[in-house]
Ligand binder design. Structure first.
Ligand code: C2O
Length: 536
């Protein structure tokens, strides 16, 4: 098998956008950062050298990291962060996966600017299960704040209130021709009439789900989160932070320029954001004085557009790519996810209280020693394994919140036996505000077997489950005021983080971790830690 080597120099870079300049943390001075290319079965070695003042770590989002949790990246979960002036070699093998994923910093809010694409091509000689495109194009969607993003979240934590929404969205680093102060024209996608293009779309935004649309062209979705899906055509793609989507587009117009747009999807936002990022699809060599715009931009709160899109996602479930949905379940889990309010005497703006977030009423507290080390070396006192399998109070939301929104704090893990099967229902509490929560699980893909609005009903819910061809992914939106059911097999020993991929919710505590024990057979244990693993 082949080895792909990369060096990531993490450096500050002075950057100007929206008529204002600031220093941002970047990899190799680029925003978005460099794309990593590998093939299925390749080993990837990335030397991350930290030249900035922050401690940092990088996560290879969606890579399963079979037995190699040391390379997963979330700070204080699988590793201590890389201190300023030091380096760490991430070493992992891509097993049983091909498609588009991405990498990002996994500490503080650094992933705002420290992120990039991770493209896994199929094994040499193995075709895609769809017509080969003429060209492939990576599209990274992100958010941009004029102020320093660490200042934005620190300010919010001090006040107890929600942080400011971003000042712009970006497509491959540009807010686009329609945004104010756009000096460059934005990102241009050159196409040739009759050709087909594979767009590898990544939502690297911190806090916002996005619709992605191209004027005058349909998109054919063929893959999400590096798993193939049954192809379907759509006008708009819905993509949450942490999700990736591959779509084919055929240049079936003859000439001209067409608007590409990424705009927020928010069901009941605390703070409204109307910023749309734009780019241009241009039929090369043809003149265009105007750009064809969207006939109907997806409305910001369009749950019907969103649901149509989500309901169309089915795993390909072919002989070559079977959907191995667990049919018997060892652990039936029900986790409520949502926001809460805790007292905060020093929070003046928040009137003595602060917004928190929790899973089953536990607001997760990050330890100061990495959980995986604590587990591997049997260090006591870092975490407990009493994460509740079900909510502490029977969950029944009838439209108004309970008077007591307080959560308990703890570093609680949920323990799973090697190769046991899990069904996890994630229920949005909607107590402070009903919101979509794109929940991401490290170390696994899972099957999205069911979803609904309102309270999950254990009697009737399972009757609607799709156990044949449910979509397989690593990040799924828990619908606003509703629930989602996922299934996975715990075939990867280690400590695996699960959290909302809206960064502000992670900061507020919407996170927990699974501890998967070693199995007894060969190749069923965590490999020993590498020598250069950072110390806390
Ligand atoms: Cu993409 Cu734990 O993150």
């Amino acid at each position: 098998c082949r080895v792909q080597r990369y060096t990531f120099d993490v450096v500050l870079k002075n950057t100007t956008k929206l008529c204002s300049s600031k220093q941002i943390v970047t990899v190799n001075g680029k925003f978005p950062g460099p794309t990593i290319y590998a093939r299925e079965d390749d080993t990837v070695l990335i030397k991350v050298v930290n030249h900035v003042q922050y401690n940092l770590s990088i996560h290879w989002h969606g890579i399963r990291q079979l037995r190699t949790g040391w390379a997963d990246g979330p700070a204080y979960v699988t590793q201590c962060p890389i201190p300023s002036g030091q380096s760490y070699l991430y070493n992992f093998t891509v097993t049983g996966q091909r498609g588009t994923l991405f990498w990002h910093a996994h500490i503080l809010w650094l992933r705002a600017t420290v992120h990039g694409a991770l493209v896994i091509l199929p094994k040499l000689g193995v075709p895609y299960p769809f017509p080969a495109p003429h060209k492939e194009v990576v599209i990274v969607l992100a958010e941009w704040w004029k102020s320093d993003t660490e200042a934005v979240i620190n300010e919010a934590l001090k006040s107890g209130l929600a942080p400011n929404v971003s000042d712009a969205h970006t497509i491959n680093g540009h807010s686009g021709p329609l945004s104010s102060c756009s000096t460059q024209g934005g990102f241009t996608l050159p196409v040739k009439n009759g050709n087909t293009y594979l767009l590898r779309i990544i939502n690297a935004a911190l806090n916002e789900e996005l619709f992605f649309k191209i004027a005058g062209h349909k998109l054919t979705v063929v893959e999400v989160d590096a798993t193939y899906v049954k192809p379907f055509k759509t006008d708009a793609i819905l993509i949450a932070p942490g999700q990736t989507t591959n779509a084919l587009i055929t240049a079936d117009q003859s000439s001209g320029k067409y608007l590409v747009a990424a705009s927020p999807f928010m069901t009941s936002p605390i703070a409204v954001d109307n910023n749309t990022a734009t780019a241009t699809l241009h039929y090369s060599g043809t003149l265009a004085t105007t750009t064809t715009t969207l006939t109907a931009p997806p409305p910001q709160n369009s749950t019907s557009v969103a649901n149509n899109f989500l309901n169309s996602l089915r795993s390909i479930n072919s002989n070559t790519y079977p959907a191995r949905v667990p049919l018997t379940i060892d652990h039936n889990l029900l986790f409520t996810v949502g926001l809460g309010i805790n007292p905060c005497p020093t929070c003046k703006a928040g009137n003595g209280s602060r917004t928190v977030a929790s899973i089953n009423n536990v607001t997760f507290v990050m330890p100061t020693t990495a959980l995986l080390q604590a587990h591997y070396f049997n260090i006591n006192g870092v975490f407990t394994t009493d994460f509740p399998a079900t909510p502490p109070h029977v969950f029944n939301y009838t439209g108004s919140g309970p008077s007591n929104l307080q959560t308990t704090r703890g570093t609680k893990l949920y323990k799973l036996k090697y190769n046991s099967t899990v069904e996890l229902v994630l229920q949005d509490t909607g107590i402070v505000v009903p919101e979509n929560h794109p929940v991401h699980l490290h170390g696994f893909n899972f099957f999205v077997v069911g979803s609904g609005i309102g309270n999950y009903d254990p009697k009737n819910g399972p009757k609607s489950f799709n156990l044949v061809d449910p979509v397989e992914r690593n990040t799924v939106g828990v619908p606003s005021g509703g629930w989602i059911a996922i299934r996975f097999r715990a075939d990867n020993p280690g400590v695996w983080f699960m959290h909302c991929h809206l960064e502000v919710h992670t900061t507020w505590g919407l996170k927990m971790a699974f501890l998967v024990e070693n199995g007894n057979g060969p190749n069923q244990s965590i490999i020993p830690p590498p020598k250069d693993l950072p110390k806390c």
